[in-house]
Design a protein around this ligand. Structure first.
Ligand code: MN
Length: 301
């Protein structure tokens, strides 16, 4: 593999909250915890959920981050403690800025498509904005265009002259690129990037990539060449290398062990994160804290 490329192999994680759905978690990775402000990448499906509940994630809290829901197939209904209720479908973005604190639940609607396939991403908020008031955005009409025969949809940030209206707190990008043949994608040289295959297979800078790992691409490039004979759908993530050290534990991003202890206690006591409603007070309890002190860590080992 060439210089500036790393293949980040994912871990298979079984989510009890999703009918035992298996997800591939490529961020945080052992040696590289973040790409730009992107700090969490879970890829799930495609899974046939015909006649099944599908996704059912009970109310749980978030703080210090944004959650990004992006689907390739199916639908997910979001409800949060600020009273937002919004189903997301392929090509649309559900973006929740947790800031100081919010809780939400996500589930497959009772009437749902056969297949469920998507990614769940988190963006760490910078110190200046991590205590911001929680908010939710749905973007049903994202900017999309043709680039050398490929379809580019910009989810967050800017790419190929297209700009998403989604709120970001640090310079970053997320875009879906789908098609076959060859495309040279212009990228910002001050960004580092990650490339995840959602469907098909691709050669990125001659590196063959299939479903599974996340290809890390270091800063200092102004384009990325993608080749796919049989067709592909990929997700490109990028951003300015995140300079701050963070503590990421469970559903929280903080700056210290004490931040996390406080968030965990407030969730246990039913304060700070509100109430999603409709679940009769049933929520996902926080796991026990580790015996060791949580240490702030940088973007890579
Ligand atoms: Mn969540």
């Amino acid at each position: 593999m060439g210089e500036g490329h790393e293949l980040l192999i994912g871990r298979e994680v079984v989510l009890g909250t999703r009918d035992g759905t298996v997800v591939t978690r490529t961020l945080p990775n052992k040696d590289r915890r973040m790409i730009g402000a992107w700090c969490f990448v879970d890829h799930y499906g495609p899974t046939d959920i015909t006649g099944q509940t599908g996704m059912r994630v009970l109310p749980h809290p978030h703080a210090g981050l944004q959650t990004v829901s992006w689907l390739v197939a199916g639908e997910v209904a979001h409800r949060d403690s600020e009273g937002n209720a919004q189903t997301v479908r392929p090509g649309q973005l559900n973006l929740m800025t947790a800031g100081h604190g919010i809780s939400h639940a996500e589930e497959s609607p009772a009437e749902h498509s056969a297949m469920l396939h998507g990614v769940q991403l988190w963006v760490a908020l910078p110190a200046a904005d991590r205590e911001t008031v929680a908010s939710f955005e749905h973007h049903g009409d994202l900017p999309s265009g043709q680039l050398q025969g490929f379809t580019v949809t910009v989810v967050m940030g800017q790419l190929a002259g297209l700009t998403s209206a989604a709120t970001a707190y640090t310079p970053l990008v997320a875009a879906e690129i789908a098609g076959s043949g060859e495309v040279r994608v212009p990228v910002r040289p001050d960004f580092e990037h990650g490339l995840l295959v959602l469907e098909g297979s691709v050669e990125a800078d001659e590196v063959p990539l299939e479903n599974g790992p996340l290809l890390y691409l270091a800063e200092g490039r102004d384009e990325l060449t993608l080749r796919s004979a049989g067709g592909c759908r990929v997700l490109l993530l990028g951003g300015e290398p995140f300079a701050e050290q963070i503590v990421m534990w469970w559903n929280f991003v903080g700056r210290s062990h004490d931040d996390i202890v406080e968030m965990r206690e407030e969730w246990a006591h039913g304060t700070r994160f509100g109430d999603v409603g409709g679940y009769g007070g049933v929520v996902i309890p926080a796991p026990p804290l580790p015996n060791s002190t949580l240490v702030p860590r940088g973007r890579k080992r």
